[in-house]
Design a protein around this ligand. Sequence first.
Ligand SMILES: Nc1ncnc2c1ncn2[C@@H]1O[C@H](COP(=O)(O)OP(=O)(O)OP(=O)(O)O)[C@@H](O)[C@H]1O
Ligand SMILES: [Mg+2]
Length: 236
Amino acid sequence: MTLLELADVRAFYGRVQVLEGVSLTVPEGGAVGILGANGAGKTTTLRAVSGTVRSTGTIRFDGKDLRGLRPDQVAALGIAHVPEGRGTLSDLTVRENLRVGAYRRKDAKAIRADVDYCLELFPQLADRIRSNGSALSGGEQQMLAIARAIMARPRLLLLDEASLGLAPSTAKAVYQAIGRLRTESGIAMVVVEQNANLAFTLVDSATVLETGRNVLTGSTAELKGMDEIRRAYLGG
Ligand SMILES: Nc1ncnc2c1ncn2[C@@H]1O[C@H](COP(=O)(O)OP(=O)(O)OP(=O)(O)O)[C@@H](O)[C@H]1O
Ligand SMILES: [Mg+2]
């Protein structure tokens, strides 16, 4: 069943239109990648879903029209957005950040179990549980941003360039944890990445954006086999 459907989505910052008709389908439990160069509209596509940019077109989640909803209403439906630049709270500890992620929930026992799960998924965070967000490395901040999103128990995770600025080994560890999360939780994912090699370890299919529109869409296997993808995104 389709969980998220975008059709002909256009988005605007003020009067400036930056998405020119983006389409995307995420099945229940599926993981779909969005690839593309700087400025292609990847982040804006995620913002259109989470309600943080003005848009037109179709955006449906679990059959409900998301357009016109406020970001908190979108989140309450079960969509968690891990933004570019991570957005962890620097004055709060790791534990407090995780609790913020669960602020809509009342099930204290399950919340504690989910904190434990996050710390198992990201053992580095367990060692830093009392540290302030500001004291974490870039990789730890990224792990915390993802863990905080998990704490909301979303049905759909929007991940924006989780590998950005990380050492290759750290980026790989982050993607391995996300892969494990996917397998164990069945959370569906939209994965924005400039590093296609990493994205392809996680997603079933992907779309390539160029100047605010889809230029190529296919399964991971199909895309990996295309010369233009290999040249532009896979380094050969
Ligand atoms: N807040 C904003 N106000 C005006 N224009 C914006 C704003 N944010 C992004 N843009 C413009 O919208 C277009 C798409 O930007 P977007 O951030 O979605 O690209 P992206 O694919 O995520 O790029 P990157 O890989 O650099 O993160 C770009 O031309 C960008 O300059
Ligand atoms: Mg971006």
